[in-house]
Design a protein around this ligand. Structure first.
Ligand code: PMP
Length: 289
């Protein structure tokens, strides 16, 4: 993805895509001192931009480093990179990391870098195709406890577990994996949160050891506005046998219906369909108006 046209915002400047490089002795590469975001651009606007910028700053603080830009400056840099690449429907990837001046675990004085890339990535609004649902494997890698890792940070290191889970799932012919947490409770997919529906009630795991997604929170609001009861609670994997519908939420996933998790089966239906429509109206208010 490095050899293409476009501009990347790198430490305050827009530079050619191909020139946005780091040194091999970058602390982040060796010790995972890196935090990032994933954002969607709908009709030229980043959805919930400031919430993402705030989460980026907070993730960095959790990791013990300070991004040398304010949330307002991060918002502006994001808008600048979207405009510079003329993105109408796309994705933004902000990333902040500890640099390469000193080698070793500590390297506290190393420069903190910040970069943003943005590329075209339309979301295809075809409810019928989506309602087929994707297939998830049940991962045997688990989300760690809050005293084992900074579980609420969108920190690169935590994605090792996601990559391992996803690769194993893909090798077995699945689209993605559902991970349990350190207690054996249902946690999340490798880049998205999970919801289950039974009648007019939605059940979703309490986000006490994984990312409380921005999309997740929006979907909870949409569902309540539609008269669904939304229960955040501990969900054991065996309970999945009793749910009718299942879907994932996330910036990339938006609302993705799920047909299968390991041996459990779901039938995406009215709940998925309604929320997909409501979500589309939320992210594209002009189209809905
Ligand atoms: N969990 C994980 C592991 C993720 O990578 C993401 C995507 N950022 C989410 C949940 C959903 O978060 P959001 O809705 O803020 O994109």
């Amino acid at each position: 993805f490095d050899d293409r046209d476009g501009l990347i915002w790198y430490d305050g400047k827009l530079i050619p895509w191909r020139d946005a490089r780091v040194h091999v002795l970058t602390h982040a590469l060796h010790y995972a001192s890196s935090v990032f975001e994933g954002e969607r651009v709908y009709d030229g606007e980043v959805f919930r931009l400031t919430e993402h910028s705030e989460r980026l700053v907070k993730s960095a603080e959790t990791m013990g480093f300070k991004i040398p830009y304010s949330v307002a400056e991060i918002d502006q840099a994001t808008r600048d990179v979207v405009a510079a690449n003329r993105i109408v429907d796309g994705y933004v990837r902000p990333v902040a990391w500890r640099g390469s001046e000193m080698m070793g675990v500590s390297a506290q004085q190393n420069t903190i870098h910040l970069a943003f890339a943005s590329w075209v990535w339309p979301s295809y609004f075809d409810p019928a195709a989506r309602l087929k649902g994707i297939r998830l494997a049940l991962s045997d890698w688990r989300r760690p406890a809050p005293n084992t890792a900074p579980v609420h940070a969108k920190a690169a290191g935590l994605y090792m577990i996601c990559t391992l889970s996803k690769h194993k799932a893909e090798a077995a012919g699945y689209h993605d994996a559902l991970m349990l947490d350190y207690r054996g409770q249902v946690a999340e997919a490798t880049g998205a949160n999970v919801f289950f529906a039974k009648g007019k009630t939605l059940h979703t795991p309490t986000p006490d050891c994984f990312l409380d997604g921005i999309t997740r929170r929006e979907v909870i609001k949409l569902a309540r506005a539609r008269g669904y009861e939304v229960v955040e609670r501990a969900i054991m994997p065996e309970e999945m046998a009793g749910f009718d519908e299942c879907f994932l939420t996330g910036t990339a996933a938006e609302i993705t219906p799920v047909a299968e998790i390991g041996d459990y089966r779901f039938t995406p239906g009215t709940v998925c369909k309604q929320l997909i429509q409501d979500f589309d109206g939320l992210v594209r208010p002009r189209a809905a108006a």
